[in-house]
Design a protein around this ligand. Structure first.
Ligand code: F6P
Length: 546
């Protein structure tokens, strides 16, 4: 592997460090006063999204230096390598080609000399035909009744994408089908999802890239028993179970006919898979045509990322701004605040995308990162609900929390004044965070002196506003791709691998060791630390297994 300059020794990083000292105290009030056109200049557009980043603590010089850092880190070369199908996920020896999942039919993207685009479209075509049959009622359950319920069983990327997309695109979904999503190994999840459903009218999608994940396989086995309790015939499984996986052997071992399997490939990461066959539940809900529009939105943002100069490139700008606060201002988190009820699961979805990707502490060559932070914590809730919960801390707490506000020009449910009220709150929150309210302004309101500090808003709290016309399938695709590519941009600069997830392994291995220790009839020979041993003993006692 070629020797690369450590991030903190790069000229642009050093220049940014010095520049930060110069501008850290600069207030957004001053920046806006100095440039009356700031709100029109610090904006970028692409793939149907408008990004206003004027309320960030940046000057033209900051942006110039951040862009230099991107160039010094060869972001261009890394973007090209991803789109070319290079094996950039070096710890798993894999290409990273979620962009191929939404490439048009006539595109050509090669993995090991094989054009993968025809395979992608072959699966999409099979999904479309299956979805059409289920949606029209042509696909019948074992007893001849049509399918009325769909349960997606999966976890992580095999759940969060499907459930987020279902919620986000509910407006476009058929109301003839009931959708449920089961992820947790806690039996409550399965029990509550199925208690009012009839197995004879239920289709179960077992979604798992590996088809070995403990939670999913446990829920899938329970689902099998649940279905057989009503249908009482193994032959029913083929009418009620389909699988989405890369692992044909395990699918067949589980007993699902591989004719009812929709495949994908090892070059699709779990958290980057909602637009692969993992999106089967999405397609069943919104129909094949809307699903293709979703893919088109993803692709539009892919093309924007691949071809737009960095100074106008939305994912690049968002990635650089995130790095600016994370690494120079010491901001540990980013709040994602969609002002749309349909996007209520979007922050949860982004948590896996961003944190499983960039929660890394060694560089690509295995060096422990000691002098800069990597992935920030992403969190959030839809507005305006969050305003009545945690915004207090964002406005007046001691921490700096950059915010991403997301809003739409038109509501999918225009009711009276609701939408104007909703959107006014986005603009008001971003304005209040940026400009605050000075002690003088508070005094003018006649507030007694002792109360003034409590009612003063320091301001200078940064935010982006992302606006789109309406929440359509295309816009959702573009929005997800925006964050995917922003994550990659940050990962490239930090010189980490955003596409592996070794950090989830240890807990899984230890759980496998602990399961028999919880369940054995005779007292187990415990060799953990004293805390884990005591907890195991206490649990066994609670279960009467001392
Ligand atoms: O928990 C880690 C993880 O591997 C995620 O990356 C993945 O999305 C999830 O588990 C589910 O994996 P699978 O689709 O293989 O069941």
């Amino acid at each position: 592997m070629a020797e690369i300059t450590p991030l903190t020794q790069r000229a642009a990083w050093r220049a940014l460090t010095a520049h930060y000292e110069q501008i850290k105290a600069l207030h957004l009030r001053t920046l806006f006063a100095q440039d009356p056109r700031r709100g029109e200049r610090f904006v970028a557009e692409g793939a149907g999204l408008y990004l206003d980043y004027s309320k960030h603590r940046v000057t033209d010089e900051t942006l110039r230096l951040l862009l230099s850092l991107a160039h010094e880190c060869d972001l261009r070369g890394h973007i090209d390598a991803m789109f070319r199908g290079d094996k950039i996920n070096i710890t798993e020896g894999r290409a990273v080609l979620h962009v191929a999942l939404r490439a048009p039919r006539d595109a050509a993207i090669f993995v090991d000399g094989n054009n993968v685009v025809p395979e992608v479209h072959a699966v999409l075509d099979r999904m479309s035909s299956f979805a059409g049959r289920v949606r029209s009622g042509e696909w019948k359950g074992f007893t001849g009744r049509p399918i009325r319920n769909v349960i997606n069983i999966g976890i992580g990327g095999s759940d969060l994408g499907p459930v987020m997309a279902y919620e986000a695109l509910r407006h476009y979904a058929t109301r003839d089908l009931v959708f449920r999503f089961v992820s947790n190994v806690d039996g409550t999840d399965f029990a509550e999802a199925t208690h009012d459903l009839d197995a004879a009218e239920t289709l179960i999608i077992v979604s798992s890239k590996t088809f070995t994940t403990l939670e999913t396989m446990t829920n899938a086995r329970t689902a099998r028993e649940w279905a057989l309790a009503t249908l009482k015939d193994e032959a029913a499984i083929a009418r009620h179970f389909v699988a989405v996986s890369t692992n044909e052997a395990e699918v067949s071992r589980f007993g699902i006919d591989t004719a009812n399997m929709f495949g994908f490939w090892d070059w699709v990461g779990g958290r980057y898979s909602m637009d692969s066959a993992i999106g089967l539940s999405t397609m069943l809900a919104i129909g094949p045509e809307n699903f293709r529009l979703l893919l088109a939105g993803f692709h539009e943002m892919d093309e924007h990322y691949r071809t737009t100069p960095f100074e106008r490139n939305l994912p690049v700008l968002m990635g650089l701004l995130s790095l600016w606060y994370n690494n120079f201002f010491g901001a540990a988190t980013v709040a994602v605040l969609p002002y749309d009820q349909y996007l209520r699961r979007f922050p949860a979805y982004l948590q896996q995308l961003t944190m499983e990707s960039n929660g890394k502490s060694v560089t690509l060559d295995g060096t422990v990162i000691a002098d800069y932070q990597t992935g920030p914590i992403y969190w959030g809730e839809p507005g305006t609900n969050g305003q009545h919960s945690f915004y207090q801390l964002i406005h007046q707490g001691t921490r700096l929390i950059p915010c991403d506000f997301i809003g739409f020009g038109r509501s999918l449910n225009p009711l009276g004044q609701h939408h104007d009220l909703l959107v006014s709150n986005i603009f008001a929150q971003a304005e209040a965070l940026a400009f605050g309210k000075t002690a003088e302004e508070v005094e003018v309101d006649g507030v007694p002196a002792w109360l003034v500090p409590h009612r003063t808003f320091e301001g200078n709290r940064p935010s982006s506003v992302i606006l789109a016309e309406q929440l359509t399938p295309q816009v959702l695709g573009a929005l997800v791709a925006l964050y995917e590519h922003s994550v990659y941009t940050q990962g490239v600069l930090w010189n980490i691998n955003p596409f592996d997830q070794w950090g989830v392994e240890l807990g899984k291995v230890l759980a496998m060791r602990i399961i028999p220790e919880l369940e054995s009839a005779s007292p187990p020979d415990l060799k953990h630390d004293s805390s884990t041993n005591a907890l195991i003993r206490r649990y066994r006692a609670m279960r009467g297994r001392s």
